[in-house]
Design a protein around this ligand. Structure first.
Ligand SMILES: [Zn+2]
Ligand SMILES: [Zn+2]
Length: 367
């Protein structure tokens, strides 16, 4: 037993050159005592709170506003002010009993456990949850990416003992191309097909605003028409200082005159993917369907969903970003959640990290 403790201490001190590392094992037998997976989500028994719970709980720490991470009905919600505003916009002002808006870097004590938020670079307001107790620091990323995104604060690696990473695109086949090149494809198509409306499928939170920003950065300043489902979140981004240029509603009533329809020819019309199955989409002149997602890397998937112009653009880290991030953070243990957990664990073990798939359920693949 003593030998084992000595070995662990030695391993820990070699792996991370801080006194804190060896310190924590004196107080805790395993990181599981600070955070562990439950059917409702990652739970901290010492602080009595959950991170991104998939069920209503008394106290939740929320990493970002996507619906599978941020649900309504909790007793208390700790999140960045932006995430709190996003939740209120989506669920109504009474989405939780108590709000605890917390700025990035601010430390809040929950029943003696220090909780803080660090930027995750995923969508506006997205954060990693940093949980610290008696010298043990665990970081849960929520969803993240490493690429520059004009609509949110970039990801910051936080040194920690246990790093809990998402794994949406954790297969070597997923390498997202340069987003500016992808946006150029869309703009090129507009000039090649000036008579056709370009219907661009985007998720309402994050993807829509990032795609609009990238289009503006590429020098396109014409009106962009948006489906009603995107409006409130575009307004919210504008309220947070992210300028999206001229947006107008993409409404086209049934039976409108040809001339009215014609105004969308050669224009960008954006909507959530669900709207593309509606009659709404068929009212536009000779539409080209475009879809912006990391999954567009799989040609089959694009074809099956009838996408003519797939744009590979994701708000999740690709394989290289995931593996680079693990090396940057250099934790003693890697825990992996939602996505290709086994692939990232296998890579981590080969790279010398102790790794564990968490098998949490209830998180979507693309948000
Ligand atoms: Zn997610
Ligand atoms: Zn997300």
């Amino acid at each position: 037993m003593l030998l084992k403790v000595l070995a662990v201490t030695l391993y820990v001190t070699c792996r991370q050159d801080t006194g804190a590392a060896a310190h924590y094992i004196l107080f805790m037998r395993s990181p599981d005592q600070l955070l562990h997976p439950t059917p409702a989500g990652l739970y901290c028994p010492v602080g009595d709170f959950y991170i991104d719970p998939v069920r209503a709980v008394d106290r939740a720490v929320i990493t970002h506003g996507h619906a599978d991470h941020a649900r309504a009905g909790h007793g208390a919600v700790l999140a960045t002010p932006e995430t709190i505003n996003i939740m209120a916009a989506r669920y109504g002002e009474d989405f939780t009993v108590r709000r605890q808006p917390t700025e990035l870097g601010e430390v809040v004590s929950i029943n003696g456990v220090d909780v803080s938020l660090a930027p995750a670079g995923h969508v506006l307001g997205s954060a990693q949850a940093v949980v610290e107790h008696r010298g043990l620091r665990m970081v849960c990323t929520g969803d993240y990416k490493r690429r520059q995104d004009p609509t949110c604060t970039p990801f910051e690696p936080v040194p920690c003992h246990v790093f809990i990473s998402e794994a949406t695109f954790a297969l070597p086949v997923f390498r997202h191309p340069d987003d500016r090149d992808e946006i150029r494809k869309l703009l090129h198509s507009l000039t090649t097909f000036p008579d056709r409306a370009h219907l661009v499928g985007v998720y309402a939170l994050g993807k829509a605003q990032r795609v609009i920003s990238l289009i503006r950065e590429a020098g396109y300043h014409d009106t962009i028409y948006i489906h009603g489902a995107l409006k409130s979140l575009c307004d919210l981004y504008e309220d947070h200082g992210i300028s999206l240029g001229k947006l107008e509603p993409a409404t086209l009533e049934k039976g409108v005159a040809k001339e009215e329809q014609a105004k969308f020819a050669g224009k960008i019309v954006m909507g959530p993917p669900s709207a593309f199955r509606d009659k709404w989409a068929r009212r536009f002149p000779d539409p080209i369907t475009v879809f912006c997602s990391g999954w567009m890397r799989i040609r089959q998937r694009a074809k099956q969903s009838g996408v003519e112009l797939p744009i590979i653009l994701s708000d999740h880290a690709d394989w290289d970003e995931l593996t680079q991030t693990v090396r940057d953070v250099n934790p003693q243990e890697l825990w992996v959640t939602h996505g290709r957990e086994d692939a990232l664990c296998r890579w981590a073990e080969l790279d010398g990290y102790k790794a564990r798939p968490l098998r949490l359920v209830g998180y979507d693949e693309d948000s």
